[in-house]
Design a protein. Structure first.
Length: 262
């Protein structure tokens, strides 16, 4: 029996049934709505939040595309719901259309993390393909579906009659002077997808919101290489590059420790 079918059935019964107060909606709900642990990773012993509130929470996050990582609502439980968990919760409300949107969102996020993957920039196409700039000196990508052209470097519709450098120059000229000054002063471009990024606070370990590429804010070094091989993957001019000095106790100390390897 689906979740809302059961609620309708319960409220039309005359037979008393065990209930529990939900910690979120504060309503006395049938005990059946507190029975199942959605994730095997959950650490709570007894559920305090009803199925209806769990469903509404997941539904809201997926509808607004707020976060692909959805955490269990129970107090002191940080278990992340799996793909199958999300599918089951949304199916309780017969909302498989929303689950399909969630599935597409995850697929897009995973593809965006592949450096060589390029989406077709033309509206209505929705196709994409691999284009390794290391192997192809030409950044022009011909879509395998619609046959139209996309620039793999700018991730935009191909700039006909212009090289990438000429296109960049034309874009700079088209931006008004005040905006250009602001962008140069307060933002930088992601080394992978060229999106503008503003750093508000925190350390220099940056993650691009669009393509998820991780890099150093100071020198644009690939943070995956830093995590795998150490701080010497920073560029030599970077404040995080480990320049060592000889101390009295023969200990070598790095110049900067403000950005840790996570």
């Amino acid at each position: 029996m689906k979740l809302f079918d059961y609620i309708l059935f319960y409220h039309h019964r005359n037979v008393p049934e065990l209930t529990r107060e939900c910690a979120i909606c504060l309503l006395d709900q049938p005990i059946n709505l507190f029975e199942e642990h959605y994730s095997n990773q959950c650490v709570h012993i007894q559920r305090t939040i009803c199925d209806i509130c769990v469903y509404n929470h997941v539904k809201s996050l997926v509808e607004n595309m707020l976060n692909s990582d959805i955490i269990c609502l129970e107090p002191n439980c940080i278990s992340k719901f799996s793909f199958q968990n999300i599918r089951y919760i949304l199916s309780m409300g017969n909302n498989m259309e929303l689950f399909e949107r969630y599935d597409r969102q995850l697929t897009h996020e995973h593809l965006e993390q592949i450096k060589e993957f390029v989406w077709c920039a033309h509206n209505g196409c929705g196709s994409g393909q691999l284009h390794d700039m290391g192997l192809h000196s030409n950044p022009m990508v011909t879509c395998i579906k619609c046959k139209k052209k996309t620039c793999a470097f700018h991730r935009r519709i191909w700039h006909i009659g212009m090289t990438c450098q000429e296109y960049d120059q034309s874009k700079r000229l088209s931006i008004d002077q005040n905006t250009q000054i602001w962008l140069q002063k307060y933002s930088k471009k992601c080394p992978q997808c060229q999106s503008y990024i503003q750093k508000i606070s925190g350390c220099d370990h940056m993650t691009c919101k669009r393509c998820k590429y991780q890099f150093c804010w100071q020198c644009f070094a690939d943070y995956q290489k830093i995590q795998n091989h150490g701080l010497k993957q920073h560029k030599e001019h970077c404040i995080h590059y480990p320049v060592y000095r000889h101390a009295n106790n023969n200990v070598y100390t790095p110049r900067s420790t403000t950005c840790n390897i996570l």
